[in-house]
Design a protein around this ligand. Structure first.
Ligand code: C5P
Length: 226
Protein backbone atom coordinates (compact mmCIF):
# COMPACT_ATOMS: atom_id res chain seq x y z
CA UNK A 1 0.00 0.00 0.00
CA UNK A 2 1.32 3.46 -0.88
CA UNK A 3 2.34 5.59 2.10
CA UNK A 4 0.98 9.11 2.28
CA UNK A 5 1.33 12.23 4.42
CA UNK A 6 -1.65 13.21 6.56
CA UNK A 7 -1.79 16.80 7.87
CA UNK A 8 -4.20 17.60 10.69
CA UNK A 9 -4.46 21.28 11.57
CA UNK A 10 -6.91 23.27 13.59
CA UNK A 11 -7.75 25.35 16.62
CA UNK A 12 -6.50 24.68 20.15
CA UNK A 13 -7.94 21.68 21.98
CA UNK A 14 -10.00 20.36 19.08
CA UNK A 15 -8.73 16.87 19.94
CA UNK A 16 -6.40 16.76 16.94
CA UNK A 17 -3.71 14.77 18.70
CA UNK A 18 -6.05 12.12 20.12
CA UNK A 19 -7.50 11.27 16.73
CA UNK A 20 -4.15 11.69 14.94
CA UNK A 21 -2.46 9.26 17.35
CA UNK A 22 -5.19 6.65 16.86
CA UNK A 23 -5.11 7.04 13.09
CA UNK A 24 -1.31 6.68 12.99
CA UNK A 25 -1.50 3.50 15.11
CA UNK A 26 -4.18 2.02 12.85
CA UNK A 27 -2.22 2.76 9.65
CA UNK A 28 1.11 1.84 11.22
CA UNK A 29 2.33 5.39 10.52
CA UNK A 30 4.56 7.70 12.56
CA UNK A 31 2.70 10.29 14.62
CA UNK A 32 4.21 13.74 15.19
CA UNK A 33 2.69 16.26 17.60
CA UNK A 34 4.23 19.56 16.46
CA UNK A 35 2.54 21.46 19.30
CA UNK A 36 4.76 19.48 21.68
CA UNK A 37 7.80 20.90 19.88
CA UNK A 38 6.65 24.53 20.29
CA UNK A 39 5.78 23.74 23.90
CA UNK A 40 9.24 22.28 24.59
CA UNK A 41 10.98 25.37 23.15
CA UNK A 42 8.69 27.49 25.36
CA UNK A 43 9.63 25.45 28.44
CA UNK A 44 13.30 26.01 27.61
CA UNK A 45 12.60 29.77 27.24
CA UNK A 46 10.86 29.90 30.64
CA UNK A 47 13.59 27.90 32.37
CA UNK A 48 16.29 30.14 30.89
CA UNK A 49 14.50 33.41 31.69
CA UNK A 50 13.95 34.26 28.03
CA UNK A 51 10.16 34.43 28.51
CA UNK A 52 8.31 35.55 31.62
CA UNK A 53 7.82 38.90 33.35
CA UNK A 54 10.31 40.40 30.93
CA UNK A 55 11.08 38.73 27.62
CA UNK A 56 14.52 38.23 26.16
CA UNK A 57 13.71 37.07 22.62
CA UNK A 58 17.24 37.73 21.25
CA UNK A 59 18.55 35.51 24.10
CA UNK A 60 16.19 32.73 23.06
CA UNK A 61 17.17 33.03 19.40
CA UNK A 62 20.84 32.89 20.35
CA UNK A 63 20.15 29.74 22.37
CA UNK A 64 18.22 27.89 19.66
CA UNK A 65 21.23 25.74 18.68
CA UNK A 66 21.34 24.51 22.31
CA UNK A 67 17.78 23.23 22.20
CA UNK A 68 17.73 19.54 21.45
CA UNK A 69 14.33 17.98 20.87
CA UNK A 70 13.58 14.28 20.54
CA UNK A 71 10.49 12.14 20.40
CA UNK A 72 11.31 8.97 22.34
CA UNK A 73 8.92 6.01 21.97
CA UNK A 74 7.39 4.77 25.20
CA UNK A 75 6.44 1.16 24.52
CA UNK A 76 4.22 0.87 27.61
CA UNK A 77 2.13 3.89 26.67
CA UNK A 78 2.24 3.07 22.97
CA UNK A 79 3.30 6.57 21.87
CA UNK A 80 6.34 8.83 21.86
CA UNK A 81 7.18 11.36 24.53
CA UNK A 82 8.92 14.70 24.15
CA UNK A 83 12.47 15.02 25.47
CA UNK A 84 14.18 18.39 25.85
CA UNK A 85 17.96 18.19 26.10
CA UNK A 86 17.74 14.57 27.25
CA UNK A 87 14.98 15.10 29.84
CA UNK A 88 11.44 13.77 29.55
CA UNK A 89 9.22 16.89 29.58
CA UNK A 90 5.99 15.30 28.35
CA UNK A 91 4.07 16.24 31.52
CA UNK A 92 5.57 19.66 32.04
CA UNK A 93 4.94 20.97 28.52
CA UNK A 94 1.17 20.44 28.97
CA UNK A 95 0.88 22.65 32.06
CA UNK A 96 -0.75 26.09 32.04
CA UNK A 97 2.64 27.67 32.75
CA UNK A 98 3.65 26.65 29.20
CA UNK A 99 0.20 27.12 27.59
CA UNK A 100 0.19 30.76 28.69
CA UNK A 101 3.40 31.57 26.77
CA UNK A 102 3.56 29.12 23.86
CA UNK A 103 1.69 31.17 21.26
CA UNK A 104 4.04 34.09 21.81
CA UNK A 105 7.07 31.85 21.26
CA UNK A 106 5.41 30.41 18.14
CA UNK A 107 5.36 33.88 16.51
CA UNK A 108 9.19 34.02 16.44
CA UNK A 109 10.34 33.36 12.84
CA UNK A 110 13.66 31.77 13.90
CA UNK A 111 11.82 29.29 16.15
CA UNK A 112 9.41 28.36 13.37
CA UNK A 113 12.24 27.99 10.90
CA UNK A 114 14.09 25.53 13.13
CA UNK A 115 11.00 23.45 13.94
CA UNK A 116 9.58 23.39 10.39
CA UNK A 117 12.92 22.12 9.11
CA UNK A 118 12.90 19.30 11.70
CA UNK A 119 9.30 18.43 10.83
CA UNK A 120 10.02 18.25 7.12
CA UNK A 121 12.96 15.98 7.86
CA UNK A 122 10.74 13.64 9.91
CA UNK A 123 8.25 13.38 7.07
CA UNK A 124 10.70 12.78 4.25
CA UNK A 125 9.72 9.12 3.89
CA UNK A 126 5.96 9.80 4.14
CA UNK A 127 3.85 7.38 6.20
CA UNK A 128 3.14 9.93 8.89
CA UNK A 129 0.31 11.77 10.57
CA UNK A 130 1.37 15.22 11.77
CA UNK A 131 -0.81 17.64 13.69
CA UNK A 132 -0.38 21.35 14.31
CA UNK A 133 -1.40 24.71 12.87
CA UNK A 134 0.58 25.08 9.64
CA UNK A 135 1.14 21.50 8.49
CA UNK A 136 -1.13 21.60 5.45
CA UNK A 137 -0.19 25.18 4.53
CA UNK A 138 3.57 25.38 5.20
CA UNK A 139 5.22 22.16 6.41
CA UNK A 140 3.65 19.75 3.91
CA UNK A 141 1.66 21.77 1.36
CA UNK A 142 1.63 18.66 -0.85
CA UNK A 143 0.19 16.33 1.80
CA UNK A 144 -2.22 13.87 0.20
CA UNK A 145 -4.81 14.29 2.97
CA UNK A 146 -5.43 17.51 4.91
CA UNK A 147 -7.96 17.87 7.69
CA UNK A 148 -8.85 21.17 9.34
CA UNK A 149 -10.47 20.55 12.74
CA UNK A 150 -12.81 23.00 14.39
CA UNK A 151 -15.18 22.89 17.36
CA UNK A 152 -16.94 25.50 19.47
CA UNK A 153 -14.72 27.31 22.00
CA UNK A 154 -16.90 25.93 24.77
CA UNK A 155 -16.53 22.30 23.65
CA UNK A 156 -12.77 22.75 23.35
CA UNK A 157 -12.32 24.42 26.74
CA UNK A 158 -14.44 21.70 28.37
CA UNK A 159 -12.19 18.98 26.92
CA UNK A 160 -8.98 20.76 27.98
CA UNK A 161 -10.41 21.46 31.47
CA UNK A 162 -11.15 17.75 32.03
CA UNK A 163 -7.69 16.81 30.76
CA UNK A 164 -5.93 19.20 33.16
CA UNK A 165 -8.11 18.19 36.12
CA UNK A 166 -7.24 14.54 35.41
CA UNK A 167 -3.57 15.52 35.53
CA UNK A 168 -4.13 17.13 38.93
CA UNK A 169 -3.66 20.77 37.85
CA UNK A 170 -5.46 23.41 39.87
CA UNK A 171 -7.15 25.48 37.13
CA UNK A 172 -10.49 27.16 36.56
CA UNK A 173 -12.72 26.60 33.53
CA UNK A 174 -12.72 30.36 32.84
CA UNK A 175 -8.93 30.45 32.74
CA UNK A 176 -8.85 27.59 30.23
CA UNK A 177 -11.53 29.15 28.03
CA UNK A 178 -9.63 32.43 28.01
CA UNK A 179 -6.35 30.67 27.18
CA UNK A 180 -7.89 28.67 24.31
CA UNK A 181 -9.44 31.82 22.80
CA UNK A 182 -6.30 33.89 23.28
CA UNK A 183 -4.10 31.24 21.64
CA UNK A 184 -6.49 30.94 18.71
CA UNK A 185 -6.41 34.70 18.24
CA UNK A 186 -2.59 34.93 18.34
CA UNK A 187 -2.21 31.80 16.17
CA UNK A 188 -4.58 32.97 13.45
CA UNK A 189 -3.48 36.61 13.30
CA UNK A 190 0.31 36.20 13.48
CA UNK A 191 2.33 37.36 10.49
CA UNK A 192 4.29 34.17 9.91
CA UNK A 193 2.43 30.95 9.04
CA UNK A 194 -0.90 31.93 10.58
CA UNK A 195 -3.39 29.22 11.44
CA UNK A 196 -5.75 28.93 8.49
CA UNK A 197 -7.44 26.23 6.50
CA UNK A 198 -5.48 25.14 3.44
CA UNK A 199 -7.66 25.51 0.36
CA UNK A 200 -7.62 21.78 -0.25
CA UNK A 201 -8.22 20.76 3.39
CA UNK A 202 -11.41 19.05 4.55
CA UNK A 203 -13.14 21.13 7.24
CA UNK A 204 -14.13 18.89 10.13
CA UNK A 205 -16.29 20.20 12.98
CA UNK A 206 -16.26 17.74 15.88
CA UNK A 207 -18.18 19.77 18.51
CA UNK A 208 -20.79 17.04 18.87
CA UNK A 209 -18.73 14.00 17.95
CA UNK A 210 -17.10 11.38 20.14
CA UNK A 211 -13.61 10.05 19.46
CA UNK A 212 -14.82 6.84 17.83
CA UNK A 213 -16.96 8.66 15.27
CA UNK A 214 -14.17 11.15 14.48
CA UNK A 215 -11.72 8.32 14.01
CA UNK A 216 -14.08 6.33 11.76
CA UNK A 217 -14.70 9.33 9.50
CA UNK A 218 -11.09 10.44 9.21
CA UNK A 219 -9.91 6.88 8.75
CA UNK A 220 -12.42 6.62 5.93
CA UNK A 221 -11.02 9.78 4.28
CA UNK A 222 -7.54 8.28 4.52
CA UNK A 223 -8.56 4.95 2.96
CA UNK A 224 -10.04 6.80 0.00
CA UNK A 225 -6.65 8.40 -0.70
CA UNK A 226 -4.27 5.54 0.07
O1 C5P B 1 -1.22 21.78 19.60
P1 C5P B 1 -0.94 22.54 20.87
O2 C5P B 1 -2.18 23.18 21.44
O3 C5P B 1 -0.18 21.76 21.87
O4 C5P B 1 0.03 23.73 20.39
C1 C5P B 1 0.48 24.71 21.29
C2 C5P B 1 0.78 26.00 20.54
O5 C5P B 1 1.91 25.82 19.68
C3 C5P B 1 -0.32 26.53 19.64
O6 C5P B 1 -1.30 27.30 20.34
C4 C5P B 1 0.47 27.38 18.65
O7 C5P B 1 0.76 28.65 19.18
C5 C5P B 1 1.79 26.62 18.52
N1 C5P B 1 1.87 25.78 17.31
C6 C5P B 1 2.17 26.38 16.11
N2 C5P B 1 2.36 25.62 15.00
C7 C5P B 1 2.23 24.29 15.05
C8 C5P B 1 1.89 23.64 16.25
C9 C5P B 1 1.69 24.43 17.38
O8 C5P B 1 2.29 27.61 16.04
N3 C5P B 1 2.44 23.57 13.94
Amino acid sequence: MEKITIAIDGYSSTGKSTVAKKLAAELNYIYVDTGAMYRAVTLFAIENSCIGDTDNIPGLIENLPNINLNFVPNKELGFSEMYLNGKNVEGEIRTMKVSREVSKVATIPEVRHKLVEMQQQMGKEKGLVMDGRDIGTVVFPDAELKIFMTASANARATRRYKELLDRGEDVSFEEILENVQKRDFIDSTREISPLKKAEDAIKFDNSDMGLEEQFERIHDFALRVI
